[in-house]
Design a protein around this ligand. Structure first.
Ligand SMILES: [Zn+2]
Length: 115
């Protein structure tokens, strides 16, 4: 029998200002890495388009999509307001991270979508 693990909503909570600052700095480093990789793939994609290599461009776009997905599954910042210092809430339905303020706003507007 295969067990299926049900993902639950998770909350990262830090309240010590020093730890929040350290976490924010790590998150910014990760965010810069993702941004650099996106830009690199974008450059490769433009070059593939210039030489009309559709297969190469297709594989680059696929890699960009995978990177985008990993970025949103990684607790770097809120996907809506991009706050690096905030405590984040993992929303398993969308497999992404929100700050508590944005999540609560979304919950108030769409309670069924953001339980
Ligand atoms: Zn937010």
């Amino acid at each position: 029998m295969i067990e299926q693990k049900v993902e639950e909503k998770k909350v990262q909570t830090l309240s010590t200002p020093c730890l929040i600052a350290i976490r924010a700095n790590f998150r910014k480093i990760l965010w810069l890495w993702f941004r650099r990789e996106f830009e690199h793939l974008e450059d490769l994609s433009f070059k593939a388009i210039k030489v009309k290599d559709r297969e190469l461009n297709k594989s680059i776009l696929k890699e960009q999509g995978e990177l985008y997905e990993v970025r949103h599954k990684t607790p770097i910042s809120c996907v809506l307001c991009n706050d690096f210092e905030a405590n984040l809430v993992y929303e398993p339905k969308r497999r992404t991270w929100f700050c508590i303020v944005c999540y609560n706003d979304a919950h108030n507007l769409y309670p069924d979508e953001y339980p």
